[in-house]
Design a protein around this ligand. Structure first.
Ligand code: FAD
Length: 598
């Protein structure tokens, strides 16, 4: 790379969400004054907080949790005392009843009734005995672990609402990938290291800024500006100027007029597909075609202000009720009491998952508020007459979709972008990866280190290869302990080789019998070896004589081999069974948290 090394470098950052702002923040820490361009009227991106008539609305409900020490440091540095530690309650609303989530067996049994519960258990047993042979779809993956009936009750409707496609078309890979690292480890830790103690996890409590996640990003914005950086809102990056393998500037549109801004280094958190579309001159046709194939899922929040002090105690509720379109309901006062101007009222966020341009997305705001009022009454959480006001916020490209060939298309885009010398793409949509705030931030942070210090951090694998950032950032103790535990388990559970073990035992038993017989023959006496002689009742032809010692050796060999082989075989099978039970328990543990990741 041939960028100038001094502070005369001009960094351009596209997007004022968590990734872009973290990059800008880190740049200012090293004496640079980046220019950030954000197309919206506020910072925070998907993690912004909207405000309406004194009420704060979080788009999606953002819990702050991370394993990264770097991210924790920034959060503390920026907001410190402004963080609240909040208890978590989130339930599933189905069939006019509340089910605890993660599921609690007794609560589920009482709500479902005896007959339905028995049917669920029978279905579970049936799928344990005769599972799908291949687990290609999400439906197959969950059914094999929970049974079809439970899948239909607790997973199907919600997952289809979120993704807008049948579970039979959703790849199992998506479930498996989200589930793999996190939970197998924590389940093992809880089982072996601290059996009596629950791991503090997103399950019980989380951190939350007093006035929502936007508070974090607004404060970062102020810090960047205090350090001489500039954050230009309401400015859409409409073109990216390229000269061979280097970017030279960007074209920005603001207040109806377009200008070109030059720079030496570029970090972008805008959707990678849009970045490709805006490159001038355009990249090769196959790269453009790949960008056109990547898809997103969008959502909108219908915010209702309700003239009631309390409605329900949950932070949020998953709505599995098939008769309504709403997918999840946030109760912002339960995230933080500072989200409402008065505790006499309650503000809800009704989340509708949709596709940009579809019927829901294009429905006028007033109609959406009316829909929200109808649905909240239909499911019995509040009376429509108590809703005193409402508004709507749309969040485009909130979920990068992992469908059929997305990996292939992403690879094409990745290889092309690698050829651009002074450019890095970061963040959730910049990398088309299902990153939470912390991972989005890490990519911004690492991009700056690559640019400033010549580090070669691969941003595409942050949150893809757990070991990668374990190496870089160090991990929570428990995770290290898991590595050790897994290592130890692999020793304890080392497979015994039945052939080798049987042969060793056979040889040992044969030799003992051979030597014992010879010893007694040599010792002599009126009756030679009366006790050992009894063996002839079991070993035909055996006698305590010199030739008998050879036969004894053969008998010992055969009996020893058979016992040794059987022991090794049975031990291996028991261990295998035990490991399978552990694995299954771990998977179920992960599935318990599954809805949190949508
Ligand atoms: C429903 C939901 C719930 C979530 N819950 C959590 C949670 O509990 N905890 C958590 O940590 N994370 C959560 N997340 C994820 C979190 O929102 C994202 O990880 C984070 O916002 C990603 O940050 P980013 O900067 O990469 O992208 P974004 O937030 O998308 O920011 C990108 C920015 O670029 C701007 N931009 C795009 N195009 C242009 C352009 N042409 N010109 C100028 N600017 C442009 C956008 O306006 C945006 O501000 C949730 C997400 C969703 C959808």
């Amino acid at each position: 790379m041939q960028q100038p090394q001094g502070v005369d470098r001009k960094f351009i950052v596209i997007g004022g969400g968590p990734a872009g702002l973290t990059a800008a923040y880190e740049l200012t820490r090293h004496g640079h004054q980046p220019l950030v361009f954000e197309k919206m009227d506020k910072v925070g991106g998907i993690a912004r907080t909207e405000k309406y008539k004194g009420f704060y609305f979080d788009m999606g409900g953002h819990r702050f949790f991370t394993k990264s020490a770097e991210v924790k440091r920034i959060w503390q540095e920026v907001l410190g005392e402004e963080f609240l530690r909040r208890p978590r309650l989130s339930r599933i609303y189905y069939d006019q009843k509340f089910f605890y989530y993660p599921l609690r067996p007794l609560n589920a049994l009482l709500n479902l009734g005896l007959v339905e519960s028995v049917l669920i258990i029978l279905s579970y047993l049936r799928w344990q005995l005769f599972p799908y042979r291949q687990e290609e779809t999400f439906e197959q993956w969950v059914t094999n672990r929970f049974g079809q009936r439970l899948f239909q009750t607790f997973f199907e409707t919600y997952t289809e609402k979120v993704w807008g496609i049948p579970c039979s078309e959703l790849k199992a890979e998506w479930a498996a990938q989200r589930i793999k690292n996190l939970s197998l480890k924590s389940a093992l830790v809880s089982m072996f290291i601290r059996p009596g103690q629950k791991i503090t996890s997103l399950i019980e409590e989380f951190d939350y800024p007093r006035q929502g996640p936007g508070m974090m990003w607004q404060t970062v914005r102020e810090r960047v500006e205090q350090a001489g950086g500039r954050i230009q809102l309401n400015t859409d990056v409409v073109g990216i100027c390229r000269d061979g393998n280097r970017l030279t500037g960007i074209m920005v549109a603001s207040n109806g007029h377009v200008e070109t801004v030059g720079g030496t280094d570029f970090i972008s958190s805008m959707p990678v597909t849009e970045f490709i579309k805006r490159l001038e001159p355009p990249p090769p046709p196959e790269v453009q075609a790949a960008a056109a194939k990547l898809r997103y899922r969008d959502f909108l929040t219908v915010c209702l202000i309700i003239n009631q002090p309390t409605l329900f105690p949950d932070n949020w509720i998953y709505v599995h009720e098939p008769g309504v379109k709403v997918g999840r309901i946030q109760n912002f006062k339960n995230w933080s009491p500072h989200m409402v101007p008065t505790l006499d009222k309650t503000s809800l966020g009704l989340e509708y998952f949709c596709n940009e341009g579809d019927d829901l997305w294009t429905m006028p705001d007033e109609a959406l508020v009316e829909l929200g009022k109808r649905e909240i009454e239909k499911i019995g959480l509040a009376r429509a007459a108590d809703v005193e006001d409402g508004c709507v916020f749309r969040v485009p490209k909130s979920y990068p979709v992992y469908d059929g060939d997305y990996r292939h298309y992403l690879e094409t885009i990745k290889s092309y972008l690698a050829s651009l010398e002074n450019f890095q793409t970061v963040g959730r949509n910049g990398l088309h990866r299902y990153n939470n705030q912390d991972h989005a931030m890490l990519t911004g942070l690492l991009a700056v280190r690559n640019a400033l210090f010549g580090e070669e951090n691969n941003l595409w694998v942050v949150n893809a290869e757990e070991e990668y950032h374990e190496e870089i950032y160090g991990q929570v103790e428990a995770e290290d302990a898991v590595e050790v535990m897994q290592e130890a388990l692999s020793h304890v559970f080392t497979k015994l080789d039945p052939l080798a073990f049987g042969s060793a035992v056979g040889l040992a038993v044969g030799l003992v019998l051979f030597l014992a017989t010879l010893f007694l023959v040599m010792k002599g006496g009126p009756v030679v070896g009366p006790n050992l002689q009894l063996l002839r009742h079991y070993f035909p032809g055996y006698q305590v004589t010199a030739p008998g010692s050879l036969l004894g050796f053969l008998y010992g060999l055969v009996i020893g081999f058979t016992s040794g082989w059987s022991y090794a075989f049975l031990r291996n099978m028991t261990m295998l069974f035990y490991l399978a039970v552990i694995q299954r328990k771990a998977e179920l543990g992960i599935l318990r948290k599954f809805l949190d990741y949508m």
